[in-house]
Design a binder for this molecule. Structure first.
Ligand code: ZN
Ligand code: ZN
Length: 627
């Protein structure tokens, strides 16, 4: 069983993961974000597609994927199916990829609806249980049981209890590997803090008789904010004003009405109340005209969020010259859009409004809301859970590094990885190692085992002058070396232990030089094993580190200072033998983009150290002469 990351490891890219099992492909989400995922990279016959929720970066590529694999079954929740139709029908996807509405209808009519909590049998080997993700009406995390492995794919989750969508609630589950989003914020400002800020801005605008226009994405955040504002009005914590929704929000809100009984958040009753009493209203053409002409304060939420198209343009144009009114953005604004130009402008500055120059008089604000949660909330959740394996995706590197550094200290036995797009990971290996407790793996013991393995391999190599994969893997498995590879740090450590012992054994005592042929062969094999567990992305890092530390390595060999470990009992007697050694290094490692350090580089390092520790001078002079 393998897991292939086609897209979405970093934020801002469309999500698409394939779990390949007995030659069948299971897809977890298939998104669109500025572009489609690289469908060509899929090399399995896709049989099952699980969609977590209806945001474009998770569902936007579905029609095209289904064209390529017409036999595939598609699974999602009922609300996701309905909101998904709106997402797939959005201008950006439909027109750019020429997808007729009939295609969307057809694909969505084939969806098999899953219900939260219910375990469904997909086939003899696969079972699935959808879990509440919070995040958006209908959003699921999927707990998959494939053979005897339990894998949780979170999709997008909310760690805070959102007013409508509620909260991610995994319950207690004994899970082997969690594939988790990591789109969290570094600060401690929660979603509720941000929308309270928004409420205050809205209150002061309404008090000065202005209008608030919120250009906002159609599904999720808009409904949460509208409900929170309605709640404040009902509680009499803010003056009453109509909340109008326009653009695709109108269609999405109908689905929220239809499935309001599925909402789980603490303010769901306020939503139902606000809809029936008309505080939150969908706009028709007639009302739109009235709003544009009237002076009554109100709140208008509408697409598109970046003012690329849709009714948001009309409303912004309507209020941009009114100094009482406010344009309020609630998320990151895309570069080179009208939204960005407005946000960057000073009051009174002329803005190119699609060909018309308008001097902005209204106020503008940006409150970046994050429905996912803060990294602090995430770490508290992880700390509580019996986590054994974690693949971090769908987040930025700063957050992933932060989580990684924390977990390396807190949960030492954890399998932890942040794969890159196009990485392929052997899930069988990973699941096997997560099932083993590894709180106290001792490096000394690993070194001892590796030294023995290297000895044995060298003997075999001497007999046959080659090194077969099967033989190598058998030894590694017998000694359970792979279970040490639980994170990047360990993987690197292991790689360099192999490097050291293979180098040690490759030292030709009689001739006084090192032949790196065997070392390079063994590292290639070690790297293959590491790749299976950590993904191909790590290869570059490993060999780059070898490249960057090679000069220091040779310095230690020459000076024979420091620990026994560093010197490996190698004695290179002359400059000629050092040159011969470096040539062998270059020859055998250039395939991995590793260059031999120059004599000059090594000399400089040696000289500096020999000055600090005069007892090493004699070793320095043996190679480089007296200076
Ligand atoms: Zn989402
Ligand atoms: Zn997402």
């Amino acid at each position: 069983m393998k897991i292939k990351f086609i897209g979405g490891c970093t934020i801002g890219k469309p999500n698409l993961i394939v779990i390949s099992h007995n030659k069948e492909g299971i897809v977890l989400d298939c998104g669109f974000q500025y572009e489609m995922p690289e469908f060509d990279k899929i090399d399995d016959e896709i049989k099952h597609i699980f969609i977590s929720h209806a945001h474009a970066d998770h569902i936007g590529g579905l029609t095209i994927l289904k064209r390529k694999f017409p036999e595939a079954n598609i699974y999602m929740s009922e609300p996701t199916k309905d909101i998904g139709k709106i997402t797939l029908g959005s201008l950006e996807i439909k027109s750019k990829y020429r997808i007729p509405q009939s295609d969307i209808e057809e694909v969505m009519s084939e969806v098999k609806v899953l219900n939260e909590g219910e375990i469904s049998k997909i086939n003899d080997e696969i079972k699935v249980q959808p879990i509440s993700a919070g995040h958006l009406l209908g959003a699921f995390s999927y707990l998959l049981k494939i053979d005897s492995s339990y894998i949780l794919y979170t999709g997008d989750i909310s760690l805070t209890n959102l007013p409508l969508a509620g909260q991610f609630s995994p319950g207690y589950q004994d899970i082997d590997v969690v594939i988790s989003e990591s789109n969290f914020t570094l600060g401690e400002e929660s979603f509720m803090d941000s929308i309270s800020k928004i409420a205050n801005m809205v209150i002061s605008t309404i008090k000065t008789k202005g209008k608030v226009v919120m250009p906002i994405p159609a599904a999720g955040r808009a409904q949460e904010i509208a409900t929170f504002l309605a709640y404040k009005m009902i509680q009499k914590e803010m003056p009453y004003a109509n909340i109008y929704v326009d653009g695709s929000l109108k269609d999405v809100i109908k689905i929220y009405d239809k499935y309001s009984y599925k909402l789980k958040g603490p303010l769901k009753d306020y939503y139902i109340n606000a809809r029936s009493s008309g505080i939150i209203k969908a706009i028709d053409d007639e009302t739109r005209k009235n709003i544009l002409n009237s002076d009554t304060p109100c709140i208008i939420m509408t697409t598109s969020a970046n003012l690329k198209h849709g009714p948001s343009l009309t409303y912004v144009q309507n209020i941009i010259l009114d100094e009482r009114s406010l344009i309020l953005f609630t998320g990151k604004v895309e570069e080179k859009t009208l939204a960005k130009r407005i946000l960057n402008s000073k009051k009174g500055e002329l803005i190119d409004f699609y060909g018309v120059a308008l001097g902005r008089k209204c106020n503008t604000q940006l409150v970046e809301t994050n429905e996912h949660g803060t990294v602090g909330e995430y770490l508290r959740l992880l700390q509580k859970s019996a986590l054994r394996g974690l693949l971090l995706i769908h987040g930025n590197d700063i957050i992933k590094d932060y989580v990684t550094q924390f977990l390396l200290k807190e949960k030492r036995g954890l399998y932890l990885n942040d794969p890159k797009d196009f990485d392929v990971i052997n899930l069988d290996y990973v699941v096997r190692l997560t099932k083993k407790v590894a709180e106290n793996i001792d490096v000394e013991i690993i070194e001892f085992i590796i030294e023995k393995i290297v000895d044995e391999i060298k003997r075999e190599y001497e007999k046959t002058r080659s090194l077969s994969d099967a033989y190598f893997i058998k030894l590694i498995e017998e000694q359970d070396i792979y279970s040490y590879i639980r994170n990047k740090e360990n993987a690197k450590e292991l790689f360099f232990i192999f490097f050291r012992y293979a180098t040690k054994i490759s030292y030709n005592k009689d001739e006084g030089w090192i032949d790196f042929r065997f070392v390079s062969l063994i590292l290639e094999k070690v790297n293959t094993i590491i790749e299976e567990i950590m993904g191909k992305g790590i290869t570059k890092e490993l060999f780059k580190q070898l490249n960057d530390t090679a000069a220091k390595f040779f310095k230690n060999i020459i000076l024979r200072g420091g620990t026994m470990k560093a010197q490996l009992g190698i004695n290179i007697p002359s400059k000629e033998q050092l040159i011969k050694t470096l040539e062998s290094f270059e020859k055998n490692f250039s395939v991995f983009d590793v260059k031999s350090p120059t004599l000059d580089e090594i000399e400089k390092l040696c000289r500096t150290e020999a000055i600090q520790d005069p007892s090493l001078k004699i070793n320095y002079e043996k190679i480089f002469g007296k200076k």
